[in-house]
Design a protein around this ligand. Sequence first.
Ligand code: ATP
Ligand code: MG
Length: 415
Amino acid sequence: MHPSDKPADAALPDLAGAPWLSAASTQRVMAAIAAGGFEARAVGGVVRNALFGLPVTDIDIATTATPGDVVRLARYAGFEVVETGLKHGTLTVIVDKHPFEVTTLRRDVETHGRHATVAFTDDWAEDARRRDFTMNALYCDAAGRLHDPLGGIGDLRARRVRFIGEAAERIREDYLRILRFFRFTAQYADGAYDAAGLLACTRERGGLAQLSAERVRQELVRLLVAPGALAAVETMREHGILADVLPAAPRPGLLARVIEIDRGHGLPADAMVRLAALGVELLEDAVRLAEGLRLSREERGGLLLGSSDEARFAEPPGERDAKVLLYCHGADDYRALLVQAWARSLSASVRDPRWSEALTLPDRWQPPKLPVKGADVMARGIPAGPKVGEALRMLEAWWIEQDFVPDREALLARL
Ligand code: ATP
Ligand code: MG
């Protein structure tokens, strides 16, 4: 045993009963590594969330085995191995279709503000020290025993997101940690910012500019859907940090309205709806943000909804217009559009029952399907080609105008 690897502390909570840990796939991957005489422990988000009683998604495993040993042992056990980040010591081991990220214990040899050169080690405390926050440096072995080399459990219990080591120094190693500080505080700390961490983020904010769009995007999207998103954005703005990630003039007031409307209707948090509220007024804002953050086509669509004229009605749409909107956009985009429009209609209360009625239309009414198809049109003598689509579109327009009432026969007669 390495001298810094103290035995599990009896006063620490026990995760032996956790379903993700007792799952056959987790036990099998850990046993495969142990079979080679190495240690394997779950680490990071999975341990933190399990201790908070929150759902666990992906499982990260830290091990004393080198990547070469992990490949050999995992293949010997019959598991598929993907060389995800081999030069950083990370492999993905797939057991019964469940992926595990298995990373060799490591320490940073050299850091460059964006990425690091690493060396492997068998010292658990060294591995813990290069992680970002104390609550992210807890380990759990196959038997459910917790290992806490840096004493992070106290911060976790107090819901305190605190940098490991000297905050400013840790930020200079990787500026993404600024955004992670806000994201984790918004997620787990009820928005109570650690003063030393906040000061260091403020001092080092100039380094944010050197981060890649992909990494910023990933953190920002998760920050925006966290329970403390609004406080995070406001704190970032007050400390001059928001401007580096959000080129447009931010509107936290709009974001606040969107969050209240969402909550009032039990709608799931949508990062693009929130981002649009916060930073999209004009079409060019949406385009600039989408490019700056390298958003996907789908995400871009969500942002554009916020800048569209359709999201600019001062009054809630009447039943008839609402149905047309719902028919044309589908339930998800309809809701996103209505939330944007409502939030931006600043004179309306976020509890206005008329808006609420319009927003909940998809719960009461499902748009019908146009009861005729291209084949019907062709059967009436229109040859295959662009004319068919044209005829269908004209029929559809008439059908919508007639409140979706005409049935198949009526439509065919009109044709
Ligand atoms: P979640 O996946 O739920 O957002 P997580 O804690 O698993 O939370 P990941 O980004 O998956 O977050 O990272 C896994 C672990 O790796 C973290 O818990 C932390 O210990 C470490 N880590 C990740 N990114 C960094 C970083 N930029 N600097 C230092 N440590 C990091
Ligand atoms: Mg994770």
